[in-house]
Design a protein around this ligand. Structure first.
Ligand code: SAM
Length: 239
């Protein structure tokens, strides 16, 4: 039987006993039909994986004993993807794939050409949690609240390097612009792309513009490709 992964808050771990409740309890017992004696991996978003055995299943909680714990190396960089808000919840797909790839944080933004302004951060974080469990991550990637374009520009100064996927870039590809430093920001626009003055403001704060090739990619495709190329270029997709 596949050993499944569950995330808890740090305060749910007391000594060598884990208490699982809420959605993760429902997922373990109602969806996966876990029984006493079953094995599970439990993480508290601190880079430690606890291999556990279910010791008790109550009405709305489960107790697990920690059999073994191991520290999981964190990536050498922290990647934040700023993604333009997309119509019809298409950003959900980009969130799921970015988390699978190892992006640490996804922050949606609105800009002049955004055709959407509704966003559910709760739903997106549920997608991120499920993607993190599925791909075996020891850390939960987070989805931030929706910000506007001015806030995006302000936030970029917090990063060591900013890589901006810009379809009108004709000189630089990703492999010529691999980011330096630990805190890296990636930027992908919405379906309608950026207004020229918006693209200029992103460049004016020092973003490196990169082309993802001659084809115009859908925004969700560009988010995945840019994340994958950067992570691969930084050696984070090696075995
Ligand atoms: N200007 C595009 C058009 O003519 O359809 C609209 C924007 S594109 C659908 C959405 C976003 O994906 C862009 O803002 C950009 O960030 C990224 N993107 C798409 N294709 C790209 C490419 N070939 N190179 C770099 N970025 C690209």
């Amino acid at each position: 039987m596949e050993i499944r992964r569950f995330f808890v808050a740090k305060q749910d771990i007391a000594g060598s006993v884990v208490t699982l409740c809420g959605d993760e309890f429902v997922h373990m017992t109602k969806v996966l039909r876990y029984k006493v004696g079953y094995k599970a991996i439990v993480c508290a978003n601190d880079g430690i994986e606890h291999i556990c055995t279910v010791s008790e299943i109550g009405k709305d909680f489960a107790k697990l004993n920690i059999d073994e714990s191991k520290v999981v190396d964190r990536k050498s960089v922290e990647i934040t993807l700023f993604a333009g808000l997309l119509k019809n919840n298409k950003l959900d797909f980009a969130v799921q794939k970015a988390v699978e790839l190892g992006v640490d944080r996804i922050i949606p933004f609105t800009s002049a050409n955004c055709a959407e302004n509704k966003f559910s951060q709760d739903r997106a974080n549920k997608i991120a949690l499920e993607a993190g469990k599925q791909c075996g991550s020891a850390y939960i990637s987070e989805v931030g609240e929706l910000i506007d374009f001015d806030s995006l520009i302000k936030r970029l100064k917090d990063f060591d390097d900013v890589i901006f996927a810009y379809e009108f870039e004709k000189e630089h590809s990703v492999n010529q612009c691999l980011p330096k430093g630990k805190k890296i920001a990636l930027i992908v626009g919405p379906e309608g792309g950026f207004q020229p003055d918006e693209a200029k403001r992103i460049k004016d704060v020092g973003a490196k513009t990169v082309s993802l090739g001659r084809r115009i990619l859908r925004a969700e495709t560009a988010s995945i490709i840019l994340s994958a190329l950067i992570l691969y270029g930084l050696g984070e997709l090696n075995c």
